[in-house]
Design a protein around this ligand. Structure first.
Ligand code: HEC
Length: 259
């Protein structure tokens, strides 16, 4: 055993094994023990990490003539030594079988639950709490509109939009900001039919205040990048940016039907 641990081939194999275990189980499970959140490493990243480790090992073993010669010994022995015939034969059978199995397994159709359809405009909750204050959404109007403060609101909303929303929703409110392509779901366009035109202002207020984290289940399975703004903007600022969106897009909000 000790002899093996001094051998560069087995040292390399050990480093490769330990690195695999660290990436596979260490990264997702060790940080949570310290209270830090973590996630499994995706397969493609795993492959990159392992290749990097492998290249590192190869650089190390080939850096020194003697080490390189010893490193190749076990592989050479397996391939040419007469007394290793049985092992060689087994390898020639097992290796192609393994490749065949991995190929078959990756091509085999797998039975999985159908992907859920994401609802772009899921139903809003009846009430939300913004900065400790409960707001009932049904019938709620934009207070800046009812107070006749539209002009001032558009000005404030303009500044807020370009400071906070443009990188995702775009200069033209078409959902094509600089960062937009990096997100799934994509930032929504805020102009044109089928967008905020068919929503009430209280719905838009809710979406801006609570963002992606506030979406109900129908708004999943992907995590929306839309931030929850109620900790950053005051309710008045959210109403102002809402009013600005309609003004800028030349749309009017859906109104509450008279009963
Ligand atoms: C980090 C990117 C990002 C930023 C910044 C951002 N949004 Fe969004 N927004 C999104 C994404 C992604 C969606 C679509 C997914 C969803 O509905 O949550 C979205 C959805 C919305 C919706 C829902 C539209 C609809 O049709 O239901 C509104 C309204 C909205 N954003 C307004 C804003 C406002 C106003 C700001 C600035 C105060 C802002 N967003 C900033 C990414 C962003």
């Amino acid at each position: 055993m000790r002899e093996r641990l001094r051998h560069p081939f087995w040292q390399g194999a050990l480093v490769l094994g330990v690195a695999y275990a660290l990436f596979r189980w260490g990264i997702p499970y060790l940080p949570p023990l310290l209270g830090i959140s973590s996630a499994p490493v995706p397969r493609s990243v795993m492959l990159q990490y392992m290749l990097t480790v492998l290249v590192g090992i190869l650089v190390w073993v080939s850096d020194n003539e003697e080490r390189w010669r010893r490193f190749k010994e076990p592989m050479r022995a397996l391939l040419v030594q007469p007394e290793r015939r049985v092992a060689r034969g087994a390898m020639l059978v097992v290796l192609p079988l393994l490749v065949a199995f991995v190929t078959y397994d990756s091509l085999r159709p797998k039975i999985s639950a159908p992907a859920g359809l994401r609802s772009v405009h899921p139903a809003n909750p009846t009430s939300i709490t913004v900065r400790g204050e409960a707001m009932i959404l049904e019938g709620l109007e934009n207070p800046l509109r009812t107070a006749g403060r539209e002009e001032e609101a558009v000005e404030l909303g303009f500044d807020l939009y370009y400071q906070n929303c443009m990188p995702c929703h775009g200069d033209y409110l078409d959902g094509q900001g600089h960062f937009a392509h990096g997100f799934n779901p994509l930032p929504l366009p805020l102009r044109g039919g089928g967008t905020i035109a068919q929503l009430t202002e209280s719905y838009v207020f809710w979406r801006i205040a609570k963002g992606g984290p506030g979406l109900p289940r129908e708004g999943q399975p992907w995590n929306s990048a839309m931030p929850a703004w109620d900790e950053i903007l005051t309710p008045e600022e959210i109403w102002a940016v809402t009013l600005f969106l309609y003004e800028q897009a030349g749309l009017s909000p859906r109104t509450w039907e008279e009963h």
